[in-house]
Design a protein around this ligand. Structure first.
Ligand SMILES: O=C(O)CCC(=O)C(=O)O
Ligand SMILES: [Fe+2]
Length: 374
């Protein structure tokens, strides 16, 4: 698409000059600028909306009751979990044990971060996708030809002692609230990963720790020091929401993404050829299978395309926590899931390969995973 505004050249100087969509809205605009307009077939068109509203009840995401998972009905819940990962690639988790206060603070401090003046937010702007903290707009502003209606703050949450000193200190409670949330989110991820490996029928070796709790050796070894990247998404209200997208269709790169969304609808997942809006359930999490879990499960669990739409009335905040193995590890199909009937379907991959792919190519649906197919 040809872009005529002042930020239109692709030199790195102009990339940094793009202050994002929140700033654009603060300058007061009545129309969506050209560079945010998606081709008609890629937009959120009316017909899709009608379909999803009519059949809304049948299309509710599977709900996993985390408290039930820890109780006597574990096997039944594992079965629902397996079906959700096979058929939807998504589920919602309730009764997860993370307090409403921790969740409320996380959303609140995220909103307050984005409400600060541009000078405060822009301190964290960088085009370096490996930075411990990165403020940016669209998906990858260095490579996107069409920009999406989203600003974000990305925080590296593993190796906290190295990244924390780079994190924002304003709002003053930012670091504390996010550290608390990140710690609890990680614990929940580990518990869900234990259930996922069990649901895949992978033989579990367990031991007991000093408190006599049963420890899943595989999950502890591979994920306790794994990668954890948090992305706080800010989607301002948009004067012409049908022309653009908050985030274009994509799949997530890790094992699981644990997503917190506020009360404003916007997340859509692709299911049986249609875009379904995920109805926010207060204080719940939306969890989705990422590319690494699709690879690990040798294709049994699906990393499904999803996108975010925007609206003209309310801005929306979401917090995506992307979890995987340590960046240096190789991700490969589990040997226990490969046999004569079910041969290996994916090549081994590592995070460096993904980052190189990310820096060099535009977000085009599932093409990273496609590039790892045997
Ligand atoms: O904002 C949302 O609901 C989706 C966010 C998302 O897909 C992501 O951050 O990867
Ligand atoms: Fe995503």
């Amino acid at each position: 698409m040809e872009m005529k505004d002042e930020d239109s050249s692709s030199s790195s100087k102009s990339i940094i000059r793009n202050k994002g969509v929140k700033h654009l809205c603060e300058t007061g605009i009545a129309n969506v600028p050209n560079r945010y307009i998606f081709p008609a077939p890629q937009r959120n068109n009316e017909e899709d909306q009608v379909v999803s509203n009519l059949s809304g009840l049948n299309l509710k995401l599977p709900i996993i009751d985390f408290a039930e998972l820890q109780g006597p009905n574990r096997l039944q819940v594992l079965d629902s979990l397996a079906k959700a990962c096979e058929n939807y690639g998504f589920f919602q988790v309730i009764n997860h044990g993370i307090s409403n206060d921790t969740i409320g603070n996380m959303i609140d401090v995220s909103r307050r971060f984005f409400q600060q003046p541009m000078e405060e937010r822009s301190k964290f702007m960088t085009t370096d996708v490996r930075a411990p903290v990165r403020y940016g707009t669209s998906f990858n502003q260095s490579t996107d030809s069409i920009f999406c209606w989203r600003d974000f703050l990305k925080l590296v949450c593993h190796s906290m002692e190295d990244s924390l000193p780079h994190w924002p200190t304003s709002p003053s409670d930012f670091r504390d609230s996010i550290c608390e949330y990140a710690k609890e989110n990680k614990f929940l991820f580990l518990k869900i990963m234990e259930a996922i490996t069990e649901s895949l029928g992978i033989v579990l070796k367990t031991t007991r720790n000093d408190n006599d709790d049963i420890i899943n050796d595989f999950v502890t070894k591979e994920f306790e020091n794994g990668s954890h990247v948090m992305v706080i998404n800010c989607y301002p209200s948009c004067p012409q929401p049908k022309l653009t997208l908050g985030m274009p269709p994509h799949s997530d790169y890790g094992f699981l993404t644990v997503l917190l969304q506020d009360e404003v609808e916007g997340l859509q997942i692709q299911h049986e050829g249609q875009w379904i809006t995920v109805e926010p359930i207060p204080n719940s999490f939306v969890v989705n299978v990422g590319d690494h879990l699709e690879i690990f499960s040798n294709g049994r669990y699906k990393s499904v395309l999803h996108r975010a739409i925007v609206n003209s009335k309310k801005s929306r905040t979401s917090v995506a926590s992307l979890h995987s193995m340590p960046f240096i590890n190789m991700v490969r199909p589990s040997p226990e899931l490969i046999n004569e009937k079910n041969p290996r379907r994916y090549l081994d991959t590592d995070f460096a390969t993904f980052l190189d792919f990310l820096s060099s190519s535009e977000l085009k649906e599932k093409n990273f995973l496609d590039s790892r197919k045997c």
